[in-house]
Design a protein around this ligand. Structure first.
Ligand code: HEC
Length: 191
């Protein structure tokens, strides 16, 4: 009899585990979708702004639209944003988990992992709040150089100095890790 109960318990436990695994896979699917949405919308807005008025004008456009696009995508309990170890906008400051993930991404990139494969997820419980968290690396590409590279034109420099007096997000080279998309969903809150 005991053995039988134990077997049932084991069965329940493994179904529970399977359900949790499945929902984590679903969460990861949604988080990936949100980060590619954010990437696509930012790129489209950036391209459009550069074509209309050049990179200096695009700084003003990014200043307003980047936080706005992130906010628009933050629906249904999801929170969507970007972060980096070298910040332009101080509001994108990484927390502890984001900082250590960014450092891991840098190490993995340096040891040859392609940037496209760098993503990670975790379930975190902190002060009664359980969160699903996901991060995906953002590599520097050629288009980024006008505003994040080593040789930045004077008009871009002065537009940056005006909007971001503490800007640290320059001197990047193509292939560097610029930062990461960071996506969070609160799973439960017991308070
Ligand atoms: C026209 C200038 C411009 C170009 C080109 C540009 N950026 Fe930015 N970038 C900005 C501005 C302005 C911000 C600050 C946006 C804000 O206020 O949230 C920013 C912020 C960021 C951030 C958020 C972290 C932080 O430092 O605040 C990331 C990540 C980022 N850019 C990556 C890229 C990548 C990758 C590319 C190339 C695909 C790129 N950027 C091209 C102007 C630019």
């Amino acid at each position: 009899m005991r053995k039988f109960i134990f077997a049932i318990m084991l069965l329940q436990f493994s179904t529970q585990l399977a359900a949790e695994n499945e929902s984590t896979a679903q969460l990861e699917e949604q988080a990936k979708h949100l980060s590619s949405q954010l990437a696509m919308q930012l790129k489209a807005r950036l391209k459009n702004a550069i074509e209309t008025g050049g990179p200096a004008h695009a700084i003003t456009a990014c200043n307003v639209s980047a936080p706005q696009i992130a906010e628009e995508l933050s629906k249904g309990g999801w929170e969507v944003g970007r972060t980096s170890l070298k910040l332009r906008n101080p509001a994108n400051n990484p927390d502890e988990w984001e900082r250590s993930t960014l450092l891991e991404f840098e190490q993995q990139l340096a040891s040859g992992t392609p940037a496209a494969n760098l993503h990670t997820s975790a379930v975190e419980a902190d002060e009664g709040v359980t969160r699903y968290r996901f991060m995906k690396a953002i590599p520097v590409g050629g288009v980024c150089m006008a505003c994040h590279g080593e040789a930045i034109s004077e008009d871009v420099q002065s537009a940056l100095a005006e909007k971001y007096p503490q800007d640290a997000a320059t001197d990047y080279k193509p292939g560097d890790l610029r930062g990461a998309f960071t996506i969070t969903k609160i799973l439960s809150e017991d308070r």
